[in-house]
Ligand binder design. Structure first.
Ligand code: ATP
Ligand code: MG
Length: 417
């Protein structure tokens, strides 16, 4: 993409009311637009990052047998009344609205009930299970606090997967498989090293749920982490009894702030019973499937990455999530030959399947470099009179900052490594 055609601009200042570093940087670099507190629009660069994160998640969910669907955001109260969760004290973040005829509907904050109701139309026998169903769907939550930028918003897409297993053992096996898949997702997104599987409250269905917490000063949660064992305990369950149960001792744990980037949850038969989802086992007896749910928010993950990887100059994207692999910058100084040369390189990169943002704008070099630093694309290539005279292109890694001169004939090979 040519930067001269990109409609978004960078800016020096973030909006005054924006307190979160992730949103400040993303707004300044033109990734997102703040619509109001707790609601952000994705602009072209931001959408590219989100799509990359969604691709990683989708690949890992498909790899463990997930089947993708898209349920409705509008919610039928009748389905929710069956589980008792239509009540505002059961789900305190409900957004509800009124139809023209006076009837009420909800905006989905989560999707256990509607999916379980759908499964009831398709699951009859033990041969129909297990099944793993997921979606990327907009959730609406009337969150009290919305001070963490894109990490806590009132409208956000969640990847939520729900598992339907024949028994507890089958459920547990999948639960562990999904926990592994989550660690792969965070690894690929660049935050693996800082992200810990964390024991958290299990609600009323199970002793614990498992959160995936990324250690970060901007986090809203407090967790106690055991770095060697690579596990943590959320403050909400940090008691002597729980530590004894987990075989952990206080002296081995470090208190840190963390961001909950994912959460997986055993549901037992809470929803299959409430919605009367059963299957016939080998003997013909009717049994409630054992369920689990598995959530991760792509935008919270994106915000976490920005919190973790930035410097004074801007964002430093990990490779797999970056909006483009390469930022090609031409410094022409009014010399048309440089423009021709940079244009040729742009076509070459493009044809080689390398995703490239080409800064072909007619502005000062300093402005181009400042924008490139702010936007944070991993690899920068500079074409100028100086580099052409030296027979190549200047390559700089955003993360390391060091530059090398690469002969033009080797550039594709170097980039594909
Ligand atoms: P929190 O405790 O942070 O409010 P939660 O436990 O209510 O989150 P879950 O229902 O477990 O959230 O949601 C699964 C995942 O969805 C979270 O781990 C997070 O990645 C994402 N998520 C949850 N709430 C939000 C939000 N308000 N904005 C953006 N992403 C969110
Ligand atoms: Mg959670």
């Amino acid at each position: 993409m040519r930067q001269s055609e990109l409609f978004t601009k960078t800016r020096k200042e973030a909006p005054k009311d924006e307190v979160a570093k992730n949103a400040q940087l993303l707004i300044r670099a033109g990734y997102i637009h703040k619509e109001m507190a707790g609601a952000y629009a994705l602009l072209p660069l931001g959408l590219r990052v989100i799509k990359n994160i969604e691709r990683i998640i989708r690949e890992e969910m498909n790899a463990i047998g997930g089947q993708e669907v898209s349920l409705t955001a509008l919610q039928n109260p009748e389905v929710w009344k069956k589980s008792g969760r239509w009540a505002d004290d059961a789900i305190d973040v409900w957004f509800k609205t009124v139809l023209k005829d006076g009837g009420e509907i909800g905006l989905g904050a989560t999707h256990e009930e509607p999916l379980t109701a759908i499964m009831k139309e398709h699951v009859y026998s033990y041969k129909d299970l297990p099944k793993y169903v997921y979606q990327f769907q907009t959730k609406f939550r009337n969150e009290l606090r919305a001070k963490s930028g894109i990490m806590r918003t009132r409208e956000f897409v969640m990847k939520d997967l729900y598992s339907f297993s024949r028994n507890e053992e089958e459920f547990r096996t999948f639960y562990e498989t999904c926990a592994e898949a989550y660690l792969k997702i965070f690894q690929r997104a660049g935050i693996g090293e800082h992200t810990f599987r964390t024991f958290a409250s299990g609600g009323s269905f199970s002793k614990y749920s498992d959160e995936f917490q990324t250690i970060c000063a901007a986090g809203e949660d407090t967790v106690y982490v055991h770095k060697e064992k690579r596990i943590a305990v959320n403050k909400e369950v940090y008691t002597d009894a729980v530590l004894a149960d987990l075989g952990l001792s206080k002296s081995d744990l470090e208190e840190v702030k963390a961001i909950e980037v994912g959460n997986i949850f055993p549901l037992g038969t809470r929803f299959s019973e409430a919605l009367n989802l059963t299957y016939a086992d080998e003997k013909g007896a009717h049994v409630y499937p054992v369920m689990g749910c598995y959530g991760v928010g792509p935008a919270r993950l994106m915000g976490t990455i920005v919190e973790m990887f930035s410097d004074k100059k801007g964002i430093v994207w990990p490779k797999e999530v970056a909006p483009f692999a390469v930022h090609l910058v031409s410094i022409t100084g009014g010399n048309a030959d440089i423009t021709t040369e940079a244009g040729r390189l742009y076509e070459l990169l493009h044809e080689s399947g390398i995703e490239v943002l080409y800064d072909d704008r007619d502005i000062r070099a300093g402005e181009k470099f400042a924008d490139a630093d702010l936007i944070g694309i991993p690899t920068r290539l500079v074409v100028s009179e100086k580099t052409i005279a030296a027979g190549g292109v200047e390559l700089t890694e955003r993360a390391q900052g060091s530059s090398t001169l690469v002969p033009e004939s080797e550039i594709i090979e170097v980039l594909q490594k």
